[in-house]
Design a protein around this ligand. Structure first.
Ligand code: MEV
Length: 437
């Protein structure tokens, strides 16, 4: 039976590895070797990674790939993607090529507002609280002047502070609901620092406010934190072409367009399908978010909340056929940064941003939305024509062969063989066994 460890974070890296290897793994020597195998040979690079988080013992690799030929607003991009799932990058590249020949992707940033809230309890007369808030509102801006100064120089800052009464939901519960513009930064630290100062100002001002009785003066701040729900930090990406330009093997263009639109329609009204439909979108979104050092958990949380904003979970993409033109688009909330955070620290993130030609946060929103739309187009296109498994299993073939311990020459022969045969777990096993016997 293992015992709890005291002061684990204070142990050296080697001591941490010793401890985990000898207490939790069957072959401590092998564990140590494996963890070390993934260290970067350049000590400086390794140190950068070690210091991102606490208790680092090794690195965890994900493939870093490029999906080329994305024409976005008439500019050509090669999009870096970090993702483990086979066929995602191939699908993105295929969709990019498809739309490259049909005018490319058009995008528009609809809004860039980030949100933060101070949640507090006020026991008293809500109209007095409203009068107090109106009177002291300028003090929230004054008390955060030192925090907002450099953000304001870059064109950002606090956009608005609103008092929200939610006491019908929880007794005495109110919010300062605040909008921020953080330009090219994701802005989490900026927003949280402002919010904590708002909370302090709120408490002090309430305490000194002559119009409050003693209970009203005693505001209880519950918490101050940004919200990852950013419905006004929104971007749209779109593709369109005449229906008769939607040529696809073995299927008339009109029928293909209708099948695509029907699949999207289903994801709009049926949540089980919508979740998987949107998962496919997030294959593209998350891969670019990760490659560019942004916070994919924040994006995931905000995107799925947005997909449910009308009361039931629904598709993030839309499709229509009007006047013989097929249009397919996505609207998605994305709070992203291209400065701060990992963007200047992680060597591959820096490279990803260089490959994307140093985008502003707004440009990155557009690129990420395009990656999501392209991924969805590729998935729905396969689903309504050949089915997803054909392409997916082709891309997964090498993983299967590696799992089955195939040699390099066996892999080469079987890759050839499966160019004309259906890939399934069973068929690959059988073909490998046959080759080996
Ligand atoms: C698999 O990662 C994603 C898909 O399931 C998406 C979809 O069904 O639209 C193919």
């Amino acid at each position: 039976m293992n015992t709890p460890v005291e002061g684990f974070s204070k142990l050296s890296k080697a001591e941490k590895i010793d401890w985990i290897a000898s207490n939790f793994t069957n072959n401590p020597e092998r564990t140590k070797q494996l963890l070390q195998q993934y260290w970067n040979p350049d000590k400086e690079v390794q140190k950068v990674h070690d210091e991102f988080i606490e208790n680092t013992v090794s690195n965890y690799y994900l493939p870093f790939a490029i999906a080329p030929n994305f024409l976005i607003n008439d500019k050509l991009y090669a999009i870096p993607m970090a993702i483990e799932e086979s066929s995602v990058v191939a699908a993105a590249s295929k969709a990019a090529k498809f739309w490259l020949d049909r005018g490319g992707f058009k995008t528009e940033v609809i809004g860039t507002e980030k949100v933060g809230q101070v949640h507090f309890i006020f026991n008293g007369d809500s109209s007095k609280l409203q009068a107090f808030f109106t009177e002291i509102k300028p003090n929230f801006f004054k008390s955060t002047a030192s925090i907002t100064k450099s953000m304001e120089k870059r064109g950002g800052g606090i956009k608005d502070i609103e008092l929200r009464n939610l006491s019908d939901k929880i007794e005495g519960y109110y919010q300062l609901h605040c909008g921020f513009e953080t330009k090219d930064a994701m802005g989490a630290n900026f927003i949280n620092s402002c919010l904590e100062q708002f909370a302090a100002t709120l408490k002090t001002e309430a305490f000194e406010y002559a119009g409050f009785n003693s209970e009203e003066k005693d505001i209880e701040v519950v918490m101050s934190i940004l919200s990852n729900y950013v419905p006004n930090c929104l971007v749209k990406a779109e593709v369109s072409c005449p229906v008769n330009a939607l040529n696809e093997d073995g299927i008339p263009p009109k029928e293909f367009a209708q099948k695509l639109a029907r699949a999207v329609e289903i994801a709009k009204v049926e949540s089980y399908r919508a979740v998987t439909h949107n998962k496919g979108i997030m294959n593209g979104v998350d891969a670019v978010i990760l490659a560019t050092g942004n916070d994919f958990r924040a994006i995931e949380a905000g995107v799925h909340a947005y997909a449910s904003r009308n009361g039931s979970y629904s598709s993030l993409t839309h499709a229509k056929i009007e006047n013989d033109v097929f249009t397919f688009w996505i609207e998605v909330p994305l709070a992203l940064g291209t400065v701060g955070g990992l963007t200047s620290l992680h060597p591959l993130v820096k490279l990803a941003l260089e490959i994307l030609q140093q985008p502003s946060a707004e440009e990155l929103m557009e690129i990420v939305a395009v990656a999501g739309l392209a991924q969805n187009f590729a998935a729905v296109r396969s689903l309504v024509t050949t089915g997803i498994q054909k392409g997916h299993m082709k891309m997964h073939l090498l993983n299967l062969l590696n799992q089955m311990g195939a040699t390099e020459s066996e892999k080469q022969q079987l890759v050839q063989y499966f160019k004309t045969h259906a890939v399934t777990n069973a068929s690959v096993k059988e073909a490998l066994e046959k080759l080996q016997s």
